[in-house]
Design a binder for this molecule. Structure first.
Ligand code: IMP
Ligand code: MG
Length: 164
C-alpha cells in the first residue's frame, strides 16, 4: 500500500470545507444524508465543525465487490425530502452511479436545495455525475482508509492509501 493523503491533510481540508458549508447554510436547517458505510468517518469529522441545525440520515447503497465495480444495490429509504435542504455526503465519487441514483430519488421528491459533497473524486473519463464539492481529486486507482474499504478491510486507517 502507498500513502496518498495524510491524516493532517484530510482533517484540514474537512475543516475548511465545513466553513464553506457554515456560510452557505447559516440560519438554515439541513438534512445530511450520508451513504453507508464509507461516508461515516467523513461525516463524523465534518460534523464536529458544523454550526447550522441539521438532521442526519443514513442510506445504504453499495456497488463494489472487493475492488471490482458492480451493480448498484440499495436498501429502501424513507426520508422526508419535501421542501428540505439536502446535503448528500459520500466518501468517494467514482463512476458517479451512486450519487446519480440518490440525487434522482431526491429530485423527484421536491427538495428545497440539494448539494452533493464527497471527500474524494476519482478522475475517470466516463463518470456520469460531478459532485458539487470534492475535497481531493485522485488518480483512477482503488484507495482505502478513512472510511474506504476493500472487502470491509482498512476502513479504520487514518490516512488514505492506494492498494498497489
Ligand atoms: P460510484 O457509484 O462508482 O461513484 O462509486 C461510489 C461508491 O463506490 C463509493 O460510495 C464507495 O463506496 C465505492 N468506491 C468507489 N471507489 C472506491 C475506492 O477506490 N475504494 C473504496 N471504495 C470505493
Ligand atoms: Mg459507498
Amino acid at each position: 500500500m502507498k500513502l496518498l493523503i495524510s491524516n493532517k491533510e484530510i482533517k484540514s481540508a474537512i475543516k475548511l470545507f465545513a466553513n464553506t458549508l457554515n456560510s452557505q447554510y447559516e440560519n438554515k436547517e439541513v438534512i445530511i444524508i450520508a451513504i453507508l458505510k464509507g461516508a461515516v468517518l467523513f461525516l463524523q469529522h465534518l460534523h464536529e465543525h458544523l454550526d447550522f441545525k441539521n438532521k442526519i440520515e443514513y442510506v445504504d447503497i453499495s456497488s463494489y465487490k472487493g475492488n471490482k465495480r458492480g451493480e448498484i444495490k440499495s436498501l429502501p429509504f424513507e426520508i422526508n425530502i419535501q421542501n428540505q435542504n439536502i446535503l448528500i455526503i459520500d466518501d468517494i465519487c467514482d463512476t458517479g452511479n451512486t450519487l446519480s441514483y440518490i440525487t434522482d430519488f431526491i429530485n423527484k421528491n421536491n427538495p428545497k436545495s440539494v448539494r452533493t459533497s464527497v471527500l474524494l473524486r476519482k478522475k475517470i473519463h466516463n463518470c456520469i455525475f460531478i459532485p458539487d464539492d470534492y475535497l481531493f481529486s485522485i488518480p483512477n486507482k482503488f484507495v482505502v482508509g478513512f472510511g474506504l474499504d476493500f472487502d470491509e478491510k482498512y476502513r479504520f486507517l487514518k490516512e488514505i492509501y492506494t492498494l498497489d
